[in-house]
Design a protein around this ligand. Structure first.
Ligand SMILES: *Cc1c(COP(=O)(O)O)cnc(C)c1O
Length: 440
C-alpha cells in the first residue's frame, strides 16, 4: 500500500455507480448541490491513515519516546486540530490565532509548541499563561521571555530553533556553513547561546529544533540533519542544559502530479528515527524524546477542491481557456510558487481526456491560472472540476481578493459529509467595514 502522500487522490476517491467521482462515499455532484462551490472536501480516511503512519512508524522504529506534531499552519481549524489530537499527535502553531484554535479544539497545552520568528509580546504572554512549549527563535525572544517569566512567576519551557545549514530544494540540496534564513539561531555561535542559557535561572531550555524546508523528496538531508542535531544536542548536555527533546521539523513532500515521487511517510520516519538513534548510540547518549512536525503530508493528500466550471475562451492556435468559480483566492499556490496540480471532471471522470486546456480562475489577474495545459475531456459550463491534493496551504493561505467570500469545507467519511467550515458570505465581509458618517 502506498502512503497517502504518494497518491494524488484521497484514498477513498473512486468512480461510483452513477459514473461520478465520489470521496468518502459522497458523490461530488451531491456535495456541491448541498454545499455550493468552490468547496473544500477533506477525506477522513486519508487524514487518519497519514496520522497513523507517523505515529505507528515512530513507535515501531524509535527506541525512545517520540511524538509527531501536526504543523497546523498547513490548515489550522478546530476540526483538524481535534482529529489529529484523537490520533495521538500534538500540534505546532505559529500565532495566537493558531494557538487558541488548538487549545479550543481540546489539545492539551503540553502537546502544543509555539513557533515564530517574530512572536509578539502578547503571543509570548499567552504561551506562558497557557503553559505551551515555545520554540525560541532569537536573542530578543530569549531576553523578553526571561523578563516575562520573572514577572509572571513562570519558567518558560523552550526549544531552541537552529538553522543548521542544510538547505533543501526539490531535487538537490546544498550544505553551507551557515544559512541565509530569517529563522533561528546560527549554529556557529552555540557557545554563547548555551553559556547564556546555562546561567539563566528562568528559562528551561529542554531541547533543540530545526526545520529545513518543505515539499522535500530526498531523504539524505533529513539523515544529515538527524546526525547534526544529535551532535548539537550532545554539546548542550555538555554545557549542563536540561535537554530532553530533539525536534527534526517536517517537510516531507506529497504527490501533486504524476511526475512527483516522494518517499513514503514510513520511509521518512524510519530514516529520521534511525539517524537520531544511531547518532545517539555513537555518542553514548540516552535517547531524547524525538519530535517531528509534518504538515503538508498529513493534510495535503486528503483535500480536494470542487469548482463549478463556467465560460470558455479559445485563442486559435494559442490556447483554450476554461474557467472555474474560484482561483487564486482559494488556492494561491500556483500564482505564488508556480505550483502544479492534477484535476478531473467530477461529473464525467471516465470521459476520455481529448483536449489540452488551461484552467483559469475568476480573479482580475492574468496570472490567476490554476492549471496550465492539462488534459480534460470536452467540458461545458456547469461541469464540476475536482482539483486534488489541495488540503495543505490552500485554505490556510486563502484571501478575499476581489471580495470573494472564502469557501466552505466538509469532512467526508462513510457516505456522510459534515460541515467543518462555514462558507463566508458577503455580509461577513461587510461586517468588518466601517462607513464613517461624514461619507454618507
Ligand atoms: C512549515 C513548517 C513545518 C511543516 O512543514 P511541511 O512541509 O508542511 O511538513 C514544520 N515545522 C516548521 C517549523 C515549519 O515552519
Amino acid at each position: 500500500m502506498p502512503s497517502p502522500n504518494q497518491q494524488i487522490r484521497p484514498l477513498t476517491a473512486q468512480v461510483n455507480a452513477r459514473g461520478n467521482l465520489e470521496i468518502g462515499g459522497c458523490d461530488a455532484t451531491d456535495l456541491v448541490a448541498a454545499y455550493g462551490t468552490p468547496l473544500y472536501v477533506l477525506d477522513e480516511v486519508t487524514l487518519r491513515t497519514a496520522c497513523r503512519e507517523y505515529v505507528e512508524t515512530l513507535k515501531r522504529v524509535y527506541p525512545g519516546e517520540a511524538l509527531a506534531i501536526y504543523a497546523s499552519k498547513a490548515w489550522n481549524m478546530l476540526a483538524l486540530c481535534a482529529l489529529v489530537h484523537q490520533e495521538g499527535l500534538g500540534i505546532d502553531v505559529v500565532s495566537a490565532g493558531e494557538l487558541v484554535t488548538a487549545l479550543q479544539a481540546g489539545v492539551p497545552a503540553d502537546r502544543v509548541y509555539l513557533h515564530g520568528n517574530n512572536k509578539s509580546v502578547e503571543e509570548l504572554t499567552l504561551a506562558l499563561e497557557t503553559g505551551v512549549t515555545l520554540v525560541a527563535d532569537n536573542w530578543w525572544e530569549l531576553h523578553t521571555l526571561t523578563e516575562l517569566g520573572v514577572s509572571l512567576g513562570t519558567k518558560p519551557r523552550i526549544l531552541l530553533r537552529l538553522t543548521p545549514g542544510i538547505e533543501c530544494h526539490t531535487h538537490e540540496y546544498i550544505q553551507t556553513g551557515h544559512l541565509d534564513s530569517k529563522f533561528g539561531f546560527d549554529p556557529t555561535n552555540l557557545g554563547d547561546l548555551f553559556t547564556f542559557l546555562e546561567g539563566n535561572e528562568t528559562l528551561q531550555a529542554v531541547g533543540i529544533h530545526a526545520h529545513i524546508g518543505s515539499q522535500i523528496f530526498e531523504l539524505q538531508p533529513h539523515q544529515d540533519l538527524a546526525r547534526l542535531l544529535v551532535e548539537i544536542y550532545a554539546k548542550g548536555l555538555h554545557f549542563g542544559l536540561p535537554f530532553q527533546e530533539l525536534n527534526v521539523g517536517g517537510g516531507l513532500g506529497i504527490s501533486y502530479t504524476e511526475s512527483d515521487d516522494p518517499p513514503a511517510i514510513s520511509t521518512w520516519v524510519e530514516t529520521v528515527a534511525a539517524g537520531v538513534a544511531r547518532a545517539c548510540e555513537a555518542l553514548n547518549l540516552s535517547y531524547p524524546k524525538l519530535i517531528c512536525e509534518p504538515g503538508r503530508s498529513i493534510v495535503g493528500p486528503a483535500g480536494v477542491t470542487l469548482y463549478r466550471m463556467g465560460s470558455q475562451k479559445v485563442v486559435p492556435e494559442v490556447r483554450s481557456y476554461v474557467t472555474i468559480d474560484g482561483g487564486m483566492s482559494d488556492n494561491p499556490r500556483p500564482i505564488t510558487y508556480g505550483a502544479r496540480y492534477t484535476a478531473l471532471v467530477a461529473n464525467k471522470p471516465e470521459a476520455a481526456p481529448t483536449e489540452t486546456v488551461t484552467v483559469a480562475g475568476k480573479h482580475c489577474e492574468s496570472g490567476d491560472i490554476l492549471l496550465k495545459d492539462i488534459q480534460l475531456p470536452p467540458t461545458e459550463a456547469g461541469d464540476i472540476l475536482a482539483v486534488f491534493a489541495t488540503g495543505a496551504y490552500n485554505y490556510a493561505m486563502a484571501s478575499n481578493y476581489n471580495r470573494l467570500p472564502r469557501p466552505a469545507a466538509v469532512l467526508v467519511h462513510d457516505r456522510e459529509a459534515t460541515l467543518v467550515l462555514k462558507r463566508e458570505t458577503v455580509m461577513d465581509l461587510l461586517r468588518q467595514d466601517h462607513l464613517p458618517e461624514r461619507l454618507t
